[in-house]
Design a protein around this ligand. Structure first.
Ligand code: BES
Ligand code: ZN
Length: 458
């Protein structure tokens, strides 16, 4: 059986940056590495081609009456830049103070290895374990999973399972595990405002036309009211009420708003009325301006009226907001609010639906929840309580993993998301690392989850 820490070092050495074609060889290295790992735990491996980066699929077949678990991970990582801020080489795993540093250590190579190590250990103890397993490791998560929908649609049957098990969400401290029960959806878009056919001298022409930057900022300023709510009719109509148990669970997080405010370095919170800051990031949708540009940006001044201005925007969505429906509202509001002297061009980016999975035994747990999923939740609760010494919290996250809702919609599969990364793991940033104590304990929890699913009757 492989050693998870040494294996994580070797996996980090595969330079698998999906966004940059200069890293194609590293992507291939990572696929080969994952293939070898899956084969080492006795799986049959298939490489599924996509328009960009192939998906690695491992299968442990068995009697069709056996429970079936899908394990998800991604072998691609974010670009390592800015390189000069790293204290060690991004693609050379280095252990310091109980953490393994390297690009992808936490997102998602370490957390994926938690589950694969657990499976390997379990199969070593019980080679005849009555459990079918499909491991899906994609290479496009960090670029929005553009090929995953088609893969799901084409592989619906082989993905019919009791649950999907994964770790790609966070925890507040090494002692407090979170089982993530929801993710926000997302869509992104660009807005370009154009006016005159070219940049103009503001002395010769100033005063006769609507400056595109001014028009853009007027539109953008109209999108929220002074309380911070999105000022678009119908935007909140589909937002579900928050259950009492969810609010109660969040209070157990034990973080103070003051502490959070200091961490952010802001003078005041700006949350929608009725939501504290911790609730707002999980239960409320947003419309965010991610970037803005236009006109002169250089040294000194330039008396110019620019011909164009642009902004990059995105919405985070909560159940039951559908990306297409909200996009229709937002795009219409922007078009309606575009002043007559300029033109607005909207370009849609990518999207993902919001997701919620309710743990067993709650007032809103679906009556038809699969026995395998219920067994996995129960084992996760007991396992986390024993191994980490504290029961898990059941929280929704503000972040998005679009394929999780797609798994549910396209393949009918709910997910058990065992949170494992810490705020100080520096995901997407220099000096990314994974906490080795959390890793080892996580392996034991995952082993118990897999064992209990194998014992669950369908
Ligand atoms: N693992 C994250 C999602 C995440 C972040 C979950 C924080 C919980 C807490 C994932 O890799 C990610 O970064 N997702 C993107 C969405 C994607 C479509 C660009 C995000 O949330 O911005
Ligand atoms: Zn990520």
């Amino acid at each position: 059986m492989f050693d998870p820490i040494e294996t994580l070092k070797q996996y980090i050495a595969c330079r698998s940056v999906s966004a940059d074609s200069a890293f194609a060889a590293g992507m291939a290295d990572a696929r080969d590495f994952v293939t070898g790992l899956l084969e080492s735990v006795g799986m049959r491996v298939q490489i599924v081609d996509t328009p960009k980066h192939p998906i690695v699929v491992g299968t442990r077949e068995g009697d069709p009456s056996w429970p079936h678990v899908v394990i998800y991970g991604h072998y691609d990582v974010q670009p390592p830049d800015p390189l000069d801020l790293w204290k060690s080489e991004p693609f050379v795993g280095e252990i310091r103070d109980g953490r393994l540093y390297g690009r992808g250590a936490a997102d998602n190579k370490g957390p994926f290895l938690v589950h694969l190590t657990a499976l390997g250990r379990l199969l070593e103890e019980q080679p005849d374990l009555p459990l079918r397993v499909t491991v899906v490791v994609e290479g496009e998560e960090e670029i929005g999973s553009p090929s995953f929908g088609a893969f799901l649609a084409a592989n619906r049957e082989r993905l019919r399972a009791d649950l999907c098990l994964l770790s790609d969400t966070g925890i507040p401290s090494p002692e407090q595990i979170v089982i993530t029960c929801g993710l926000r959806g997302i869509f992104t878009f660009d807005l370009e405002i154009t006016g005159p056919q070219s940049d103009l001298h503001s002395g010769l022409h100033g005063g006769v036309l609507h400056n595109p930057i001014q028009a853009l900022t007027e539109i953008l300023a109209s999108l929220h009211d002074t309380s911070g709510r999105v000022a678009i009719d119908g935007f909140y109509d589909a937002v579900q009420n928050v259950e009492d148990w969810e609010r109660a669970e969040l209070r157990k997080l034990g973080k103070s708003a003051d502490e959070y405010q200091r961490f952010l370095g802001i003078r005041k919170f700006h949350t929608a009325p009725g939501f504290d800051p911790f609730e707002a990031t999980r239960f409320q949708p947003t419309l965010e301006i991610n970037g803005i540009g236009g006109g002169y940006q250089g040294e000194g001044s330039k008396t110019v009226i620019p011909a164009r201005a642009f902004a990059k925007l995105s919405c985070r969505l909560v159940p039951d907001q559908e990306p297409e429906a909200i996009w229709a509202l937002v795009s219409k509001a922007i078009e309606d609010r575009c002043p007559p002297g300029v033109r607005a061009k909207l370009t849609f980016g990518h999207k993902g639906r919001p997701y919620v999975v309710v743990p067993p035994g709650r007032p809103n747990t679906p009556a038809d929840q699969s026995p395998g999923l219920a067994a996995a939740f129960a084992a996760a609760d007991a396992g986390v309580s024993e191994v980490f010494g504290r029961p898990p919290l059941y929280l929704r996250e503000g972040g998005s993993i679009p394929i999780i809702a797609d798994l549910e919609t396209i393949a009918g599969l709910d997910s058990l998301m065992l949170g494992l990364f810490l705020p100080e793991d520096n995901l997407h940033a220099p000096n990314e690392s994974f906490h080795l104590g959390v890793m080892e304990k996580g392996i034991e929890v995952s082993r118990r989850i897999l064992a209990s699913v194998a014992g669950a009757r369908r």
